[in-house]
Design a protein around this ligand. Structure first.
Ligand code: FE2
Length: 358
């Protein structure tokens, strides 16, 4: 378990607090189970408490939907979860160590990247369809693993060489490392950043380049990806305002994975976008912000309806997506609820997903 700080303003009213809390004189400030309210928030602030901590686990379960999946898929998911969890703890340790002591073990990071590449080679479909099992929240370390996973899937779909896939896996893990130099009050601020704060935040790209290239001695391409991952192809990004042709293709790929992962993540103040909506969003910014051909390639290879998604078909039936067909993200296999019937949308071409049910 990893502890995460949550600022009081980030906790919505009505949220039950998971533990007892005392002030420095050992007087109880709140009892476990008490719900957050404006009064409680004020009381805590008067006692100089500005954040609470919470334990987070990198997973949410597929809960009641897991029963629809095949035994063998559940087994694969378990293996993927194990790998994911391990990567999460290792990268968290590296980032914490870097934040506190400016130390990072490059070999560990390389091993995490390689571990993910190998694991994805063995369980590609599960990873491509993983949205349903990952716990989505704003936690930076999870985000870096997610981006790395998406980059590996992306790179494999483009038949990149194995050394290039390793590079982009590592770049995915480290692209936001510059954020370790941004103070928490800006990094974790739940409200909209002021113009000044936004400018400070933008520095994470150049800090990232400097850390990776000069401080840690990574090769140019990995540092360059960190520098370029907020550039836009129309030249209106940062830090250099580079246009499409001059941005490295790997950086353009990270930009897409970064945005996709961010919008499909749950935040305290916003709900996660479902993948099929996120894909529409990506298409809406393709051609100006991100590269059109690359977005198409990306969308083709990630599950638009991840395993566990509840859907309504044009036959009027409701079902759960239990499998994705490679290269056909819109045509998964659907288990009809309350029935033994299974529909493989790849062979039943007149059957379509009409909508996603919550
Ligand atoms: Fe970033």
């Amino acid at each position: 378990m990893i502890m995460k700080k949550i600022y009081l303003s980030e906790i919505p009213d009505g949220t039950p607090i998971a533990y007892d809390l005392y002030n420095d004189k050992n007087i109880i400030l709140l009892n476990k189970g008490v719900k957050m309210s404006p009064v409680l928030r004020e009381k805590l602030q008067r006692n100089n408490i500005i954040f609470l901590t919470t334990q987070i686990s990198p997973f949410e379960t597929l809960d009641d939907r897991i029963k629809y999946l095949d035994e063998e898929v559940i087994h694969e998911i378990e293996k993927v979860k194990k790998q994911y969890k391990e990567a999460f703890y290792q990268i968290s340790r590296e980032f914490e160590g870097f934040k506190d002591y400016s130390k990072l073990d490059k070999k560990t990071v390389t091993d995490i990247g390689r571990g993910l590449v190998n694991s994805i080679s063995n369980n590609q479909q599960v990873y491509a369809s993983i949205q349903g099992i990952r716990r989505k929240d704003s936690y930076t370390y999870l985000h870096s693993i997610d981006v790395s996973i998406l980059m590996i899937l992306f790179g494999k779909s483009m038949n990149l060489a194995s050394n290039e896939i390793e590079d982009i896996a590592i770049a995915g893990l480290l692209h936001d490392i510059g954020k370790t130099k941004i103070q928490d009050s800006i990094l974790l601020k739940p409200e909209k950043l002021t113009a000044d704060e936004e400018e400070t935040m933008k520095n994470h790209t150049t800090y990232g380049y400097d850390i990776l290239k000069n401080q840690l001695g990574y090769k140019e391409i990995i540092a360059r990806i960190a520098r370029e991952h907020h550039e836009k192809i129309n030249g209106k990004g940062y830090p250099d305002g580079k246009r499409g042709e001059t941005i490295h293709i790997f950086s353009k790929m990270v930009t897409i994975c970064d945005i996709y992962d961010a919008i499909t993540s749950e935040r305290v103040y916003k709900k996660a976008m479902l993948p099929h909506v996120a894909v529409e969003y990506l298409m809406s910014i393709a051609g100006t912000h991100i590269d059109m051909d690359l977005v198409r390639q990306f969308i083709h290879n990630i599950a638009i309806y991840p395993m566990g998604t509840k859907v309504l078909l044009n036959t009027g039936e409701e079902g759960i997506v239990i499998k994705n067909n490679k290269n056909f993200p819109l045509r998964p296999v659907v288990q009809i609820i309350d029935s033994q019937k299974r529909r493989n949308l790849l062979s039943e071409l007149t059957v379509l997903i009409k909508k996603v049910m919550e």
